[in-house]
Ligand binder design. Structure first.
Ligand code: HEC
Length: 143
């Protein structure tokens, strides 16, 4: 019986701790279906953006062009999908969303171009513009 009791404790803990996180991340979307898939895609993309932009910054700090390009490429590879995705907030303003995604893409390209020219201080300044482009889109379509 002891064992059963401890299993019950573990299960309860799991239900209380893990499930609400899952639920708040995915379960509150009343639309379900395709919209839910779409949302998961956008979330996954944003995770890539967060990690890759942090790694890009670290690569620039080290003056590592190869790593910087690899991280920038990860971001750039996701941009076409980003342009096709639909945010929750202001979802009808497609044109503006694509515009912001395009200028975001430009800032990433600009950053990596400077790194390729060994201009790391320029590239670090350009990365600030990338972060501003993340924030500009979030201000309009996320926050
Ligand atoms: C063109 C628009 C756009 C750009 C550019 C953009 N994001 Fe986002 N981001 C969004 C939207 C929209 C959401 C909210 C998703 C939703 O509707 O649920 C979001 C959400 C997030 C989240 C919260 C987690 C999540 O999945 O909701 C993080 C973290 C994030 N973005 C990081 C970044 C970073 C870092 C960059 C830049 C390197 C970036 N984003 C660039 C539109 C953008």
């Amino acid at each position: 019986m002891r064992i059963l009791a401890s299993i019950a404790v573990v299960l309860t803990a799991w239900l209380l701790l893990i499930n609400p996180i899952e639920a708040s991340a995915h379960g509150n979307d009343p639309r379900g279906g395709r919209a839910d898939e779409q949302m998961k895609k956008l979330h996954a993309m944003m995770l890539v953006f967060s990690v890759a932009s942090a790694e890009l910054g670290a690569a620039l700090e080290k003056g590592d062009v190869v790593a910087a390009k690899a991280q920038a490429d990860k971001i750039l590879a996701a941009v076409p999908d980003l342009k096709k995705s639909k945010p929750h907030k202001n979802s009808k303003q497609r044109k503006k969303f694509v515009e912001l995604a395009t200028s975001f893409e430009k800032t990433v390209n600009f950053t990596v171009d400077l790194a390729k020219k060994d201009d790391f201080s320029g590239a670090k300044a350009a990365l600030k513009k990338v972060e501003e482009a993340c924030a500009a889109c979030h201000a309009k379509f996320r926050d």
